[in-house]
Design a binder for this molecule. Structure first.
Ligand SMILES: *[C@@H]1O[C@H](CO)[C@@H](O)[C@H](O)[C@H]1NC(C)=O
Ligand SMILES: *[C@@H]1O[C@H](CO)[C@@H](O)[C@H](O)[C@H]1NC(C)=O
Length: 275
């Protein structure tokens, strides 16, 4: 057999095996009613299924400011990243209707803190993420750029000139430029509030929702006193690890919907900004 013939034969056998395995895979998965049979979608090679992935939806009107959950995303104070968090619980190839379960820390990725986070007496009293006010988490919000050479001090807060009456502010910092949320290793040199910055916010603004672009709103050296300054009166909600890349600064309608995890001190949340 000459080599051309032989390789054609191998190609043919390969294509046959592929077709058989594709066919059996299709047959094992329940098809979506009305979407046509698996047979016809296999007929043309051009019908490769590609799921859409977007950062911006609705003709540039809706910005997704939540991070994707992926095994290599960073986790607070860890060098290992999240790791595999989707686990095969059942198998559709095996006749089940679903495949996966997930297992993640409650403060993974874009998430909200409950008042019961950092305050043990609130945790015991039941101030979990299910007790958070959706009115605070949804409404007009300001996205501002923090000067890149500093943490968020009282002086910086003053210089941002956030008008009284503004109730939701997302602070974009050097963390976004450094793409810290896209690096597997946790970086404790992230930018956040200093204690005097947090106190200034509490005393001189009407801000009830504080959004930041890394894991903690308090800079690492000031984390505990920042929690005390902003969260102890349970009037404010913090949304952490927002994805603020490529969104123009300005006024938007913010929508954050954490899960109703009863008993949890944090929850992953989808957040979007709408024009
Ligand atoms: C497939 O089904 C069998 C029989 O019910 C079960 O023992 C097996 O664990 C299943 N495998 C998976 C991956 O779900
Ligand atoms: C912010 O504070 C942290 C310590 O909490 C420090 O490592 C970092 O360098 C500071 N960043 C800037 C830009 O000043």
């Amino acid at each position: 057999m000459d080599s051309y013939l032989r390789s054609s034969l191998f190609f043919f056998i390969g294509a046959l095996i592929l077709a058989i395995s594709l066919h059996s895979a299709t047959a094992a998965y329940p098809t979506v009613p009305g979407a046509g049979s698996g047979e016809s979608s296999l007929a043309g090679v051009e019908d490769v299924l590609i799921p859409p992935r977007r950062e911006v939806h609705g003709n540039g009107r809706i910005f997704d400011i939540s991070h994707k959950y992926v095994p290599e995303m960073p986790v607070f104070e860890s060098n290992d990243g999240l790791g595999h968090f989707l686990l095969l619980q059942q198998s559709m190839k095996n006749g089940s209707l679903a495949n996966l379960q997930m297992k993640i820390p409650t403060h993974t990725g874009t998430h909200v803190d409950a008042p019961g986070h950092a305050f043990d007496h609130y945790f015991h009293a039941g101030f979990d993420v299910d007790s958070l006010d959706l009115e605070v988490l949804n409404g007009p919000a300001l996205l501002v750029d923090v000067p890149r050479d500093t943490n968020i001090t009282a002086e910086v807060m003053k210089s941002l000139n956030i008008p009284r009456g503004v109730r939701r502010v997302l602070f974009r910092t050097l963390n976004t430029d450094r793409r810290l949320m896209f690096q597997k290793e946790f970086d404790s040199s992230y930018v956040g509030f200093t204690v005097d910055g947090a106190k200034w916010l509490a005393e001189n603004t009407d801000i009830k929702l504080i959004g930041v672009d890394y894991f903690s709103f308090g800079a690492s050296s000031d984390s505990v006193p920042c929690h005390l300054a902003l969260l102890e009166d349970r009037e404010r909600i913090v949304v952490e690890a927002l994805k603020l890349d490529d969104v123009p600064a300005g006024v938007y309608s913010l929508h954050c919907l954490p899960l109703r995890l009863v008993g949890a001190d944090g929850s992953p949340t989808r957040c979007v900004l709408m024009k």
